[in-house]
Design a protein around this ligand. Structure first.
Ligand code: C2E
Ligand code: CA
Length: 384
């Protein structure tokens, strides 16, 4: 079977034929379908590595098919094609991203040969390097690197300091350069590699904390915990040991768990989160505002911080509703005794606004993008 398998759905057979011809020219085996039923059937039997979806079709729309693929936890690289308003294409991309799909590009109709060829080539490169075997090898050979995004803590008065960072993994790929986590975290979650990956990220983050400390820089670090790890009862002990091994005070280690993960299985999750806290580490509810937390569940969970999702914070400049929601979340969190970090502040106005709402800290491109360890150190030294 060809390594690169493209499945196309377009209600106009002529367009499908055209895409097939171009795809075969760049080394794909391609199948074309014109109806959703045929698409689903072929998807099952053909297991494509890449998919081109037409957004507007008479019998079903591309968004419905995106949902179908998301429910199947599809790992193919997905391209969306459409002749409608480019903003609709951009929205489809965001929907795919939100569903955890691998959205690799958009094709505006009429589709041009060079653009299509370039996108297909890029797609097959990503697919052929970002796979289970490659990722497993990357973990074993420490091709993964951690970048750190500073978190600005508001002090009383006008003061502000950087006391904490979030560890964000990247794959330093020998051929493709720095591959971002959205290209491989879902793969790690589906293959069980998320456990060794998280172990490695936590280890590298703690080692980095210890190295900075030797240089006179004292920081706390937050590590992301995937939902699949919330049944690993051994994790709190493992991370506490890791901190102790490097003489890092456990309170300088924070676990970030997304809102939807935290609410999914409250029994085991609560056990693990409580033990993180009992052992002295922090627990933060991540991406808050994207899930549907029940207030009762939220009250019972032993979090000490809440991070407001960037999708709300990046809307502040244009949406009164976003402002209202952010204010209400801060009030809710304070009433529950949680401190609040606003994620995704991209402008000075956004930073001012979240500060005025009572957020304790913020993280966003306005302050800094995630940085490699040396760059982060230089950034902090230059600010102070
Ligand atoms: P996250 O936990 O929500 O992390 C924040 C993401 O938002 C980062 O993307 C960061 O670069 C981005 N970001 C920060 N400030 C801004 C801003 O002002 N504007 C915008 N538009 N974006 C901003 P990144 O590094 O690509 O990470 C993406 C996601 O990958 C993370 O989202 C996290 O869910 C996941 N991830 C990263 N490292 C790990 C890891 O070690 N383990 C697990 N399980 N997931 C990880
Ligand atoms: Ca996070």
């Amino acid at each position: 079977m060809n390594q690169n398998r493209l499945l196309v759905i377009d209600d106009e057979p002529g367009i499908g034929e055209f895409i097939k011809e171009v795809a075969e020219g760049v080394g794909f085996e391609a199948r074309i379908t014109t109806t959703p039923d045929d698409f689903r059937r072929t998807y099952r039997s053909f297991s494509p590595t890449a998919i081109i979806l037409d957004l507007v079709m008479p019998e079903a729309d591309g968004v419905e098919l995106l949902r179908y693929l998301a429910e199947d936890r599809c790992q193919a690289q997905i391209m969306v094609a459409s002749g409608v308003d480019p903003r609709v294409l951009a929205t489809a991309r965001r929907i795919g991203d939100a569903y955890g799909l691998q959205m690799s590009g958009m094709l505006e109709k009429p589709i041009m040969v060079p653009g299509l060829q370039a996108l297909l080539r890029k797609t097959s490169q990503i697919h052929n390097s970002v796979n289970e075997q490659g990722l497993s090898q990357a973990i074993a050979e420490r091709q993964l690197v951690v970048h750190f995004q500073p978190k600005l803590t508001f002090a009383n008065g006008a003061g502000q300091t950087i006391e904490a960072v979030e560890a964000l993994v990247r794959w330093q790929h020998p051929q493709w350069g720095l591959v971002m986590p959205d290209k491989f975290i879902t793969l790690a979650e589906q293959t069980g590699l998320i456990l060794p990956l998280t172990d490695l990220v936590a280890r590298m983050a703690i080692e980095q904390l210890a190295a900075w400390e030797e240089e006179g820089l004292r920081l706390s670090v937050a590590v992301n915990l995937a939902p699949q790890l919330l049944n690993r009862l051994e994790l709190p002990d493992r991370l506490a040991e890791l901190a102790d091994e490097h003489s890092i005070d456990r309170s300088r280690l924070v676990m970030e768990i997304t809102e939807s993960a935290a609410m999914a299985d409250t029994g085991r999750t609560m056990d693990i989160l409580a033990r993180f806290r009992i052992k002295g580490m922090g627990v933060s509810i991540d991406d808050f505002g994207t899930g549907y937390s029940s207030l009762v569940a939220l009250c019972r969970m032993p979090f000490n911080e809440l991070k407001i999702d960037k999708s709300l914070v990046t809307e502040l400049h244009k949406s009164e509703e976003a402002k209202l929601i952010v204010r209400s979340i801060v009030d809710l969190a304070h009433n529950l005794g949680l401190s609040v970090c606003a994620e995704g502040t991209e402008t000075a106005d956004a930073v001012d606004f979240v500060r005025s709402c009572g957020c304790k800290s913020t993280q966003g491109y306005y302050i800094s993008k995630p940085l490699a360890p040396d760059a982060l150190r230089a950034f902090i030294l230059s600010r102070n």
